[in-house]
Ligand binder design. Sequence first.
Ligand SMILES: Nc1ncnc2c1ncn2[C@@H]1O[C@H](COP(=O)(O)OP(=O)(O)OP(=O)(O)O)[C@@H](O)[C@H]1O
Ligand SMILES: [Mg+2]
Length: 379
Amino acid sequence: MNWDDTTGEAASGQAAADAAERLGGPGADRPGGPEAERLVGAAADGEDQAVEAALRPKDLGEFIGQEKVREQLDLVLRAARARGATADHVLLSGAPGLGKTTLSMIIAAEMGAPIRITSGPAIQHAGDLAAILSSLQEGEVLFLDEIHRMSRPAEEMLYMAMEDFRVDVIVGKGPGATAIPLELPPFTLVGATTRAGLLPPPLRDRFGFTAHMEFYEPAELERVVHRSALLLDVVIDAEGAAEIAGRSRGTPRIANRLLRRVRDYAQVKADGVINREIAGAALRVYEVDGRGLDRLDRAVLAALLKLFGGGPVGLSTLAVAVGEERETVEEVAEPFLVREGLLARTPRGRVATPAAWAHLGLVPPRQGAGTGQQDLFGS
Ligand SMILES: Nc1ncnc2c1ncn2[C@@H]1O[C@H](COP(=O)(O)OP(=O)(O)OP(=O)(O)O)[C@@H](O)[C@H]1O
Ligand SMILES: [Mg+2]
């Protein structure tokens, strides 16, 4: 067996993914990728987009969890309101589905201001941004989603707009081109990013307030499930909500999606009421296990444990063993397995933790009794 592909890939993998992301290359956190097709994927699919509008909390009081962010944002917004001023620019950073878009809308609602929504990939030329900026009303909230994917020239225009509420509009081409300064009304920029590390420091520094969104605690997700159930007219008991929350990977979007699938099951197989039993049975059908792992996650873990004795094994070898692309294993399955402490990326390759053995109900090979490879052919 060839173990060569283990060296150094733990470090280079993320860097390469970041570089690809910066260039607009494939990334696991974008709609359309393999991530979007999974029941436990954090990216929004078409159905999510259709129903999410109805499930979004409308003000800070309704927004569940993220205590620190809520408290800080509440102060920022209250103070701005009391001064009769426009709120400082806000940067929201965090994984997909944690509530960045929701919070941006709440910021506008709390300020009683209109909101304009656009995204980094939609702004490829500085002119696109100039057109948006020059049409803003005083106090308006400009929500710039995926701000890390904006083009350089647009980024530079944004610096000036954020700091001085001014842009230079270039008229004409070549040597005859002139820059016409244009005053902008004060506005609040709300930037959202899943990759705060990719933002150039000058851009990051121009935000008055940065909110880091954390994954949610199970108790908070239970509240999300109860709230959504009420809005969707679904009857669910406390244990049913806990069952769904525990499998939602700390992410409200996934909790809402699992709730809808469990509701379908309850409608077809039972009287529509969701309890622990129904939720558990439904999620078994959809292959989401007690910790929120799906078929792919479990296949990766099972291969690592059963075929390679828990590792270390190279990413490419592991990917071949589960019949998936390297990128799929690395970008779709591994991040959650690492977060859950089930798998570690080491310089020598992927390694399963004791928790991984326990989760799949397997017994790790004895220490010092040879390598995983021998165990493979031994017992
Ligand atoms: N704190 C919360 N309380 C209740 N529901 C929430 C909360 N945060 C998010 N949600 C729900 O989760 C869904 C996804 O949230 P949202 O679209 O704001 O995530 P996002 O961070 O913008 O994701 P992406 O990075 O994919 O754009 C929304 O439908 C919203 O109803
Ligand atoms: Mg969003």
